[in-house]
Design a protein around this ligand. Sequence first.
Ligand SMILES: Nc1ncnc2c1ncn2[C@@H]1O[C@H](COP(=O)(O)OP(=O)(O)OP(=O)(O)O)[C@@H](O)[C@H]1O
Length: 261
Amino acid sequence: MTSSAAVEVRGLRKAFDGKVAVDGVELTVPRGSFYGLVGPNGAGKTTSLSMITGLLRPDAGTVTVAGHDVWQNPYEAKERIGILPEGLRLFERLGGRELLAYTGRLRGLTGAETDERADQLLDVLGLTEAADKLVVDYSTGMRKKIGLAAALLHNPPVLFLDEPFESVDPVSAQTIREVLRSYTESGSTVVFSSHVMELVQALCSHVAIMADGRIVTAGTLDDVRGGRSLNDAFMELVGSPLTTGKTKGKGALQWLGSSSA
Ligand SMILES: Nc1ncnc2c1ncn2[C@@H]1O[C@H](COP(=O)(O)OP(=O)(O)OP(=O)(O)O)[C@@H](O)[C@H]1O
């Protein structure tokens, strides 16, 4: 792996019951980049991120994170990874602060270090008041935020986030953006998946567009956009079923609306 790459993915594949979900993904994520992974529903983003972070065993391919092979040397690799996965499972019967204390110890931090970092993260993410509330009683957005705090606690060099802004209120989203920006400016790397093109365009230095289990295009934001908005580039490369689907040109959905009832 080149020294400037935070993540190298080669020939990554996965099929479920014979149906290919990820079909030979190749990706190089430069160190210090803010890397967006976009693609339509079912494109294979979550499956790819799960394999890249060591949560799902690939059928084929290799992944290195910060120079460590995720599947050959999982401990070395996972020490360097922070992850906010899709459908995050949390210890529901712990309070937010307890969850961070537990995570800190799992990550090898001292109690004092964990407490200090946890206090700061709870404060910045607006969770101080809810710090002693059980996670089971958190809202969806609060769960995202406590999950993000847990992912950041050990200050990993590479952070993987699956839809980190989903269900998060605008004020918290702005805070998260600022936290992640300063995190990448200090040389750490963020890889995140999102459906919100404006957000990816505003935040990311690099983008990969994925469709049907493959990377359609990847590179710097400017290269991928090619002078257009990211949304236009996405639409051009991936297409909309209204213009490319089997009902195109046949007045798709003309029955919808103007109901007489
Ligand atoms: N555990 C599983 N068992 C069977 N099929 C699966 C499983 N996980 C994912 N798939 C299939 O793999 C394909 C890719 O799914 P994936 O969740 O990776 O897409 P995605 O790009 O993250 O989509 P979205 O944007 O909707 O979250 C889909 O066809 C999905 O049905």
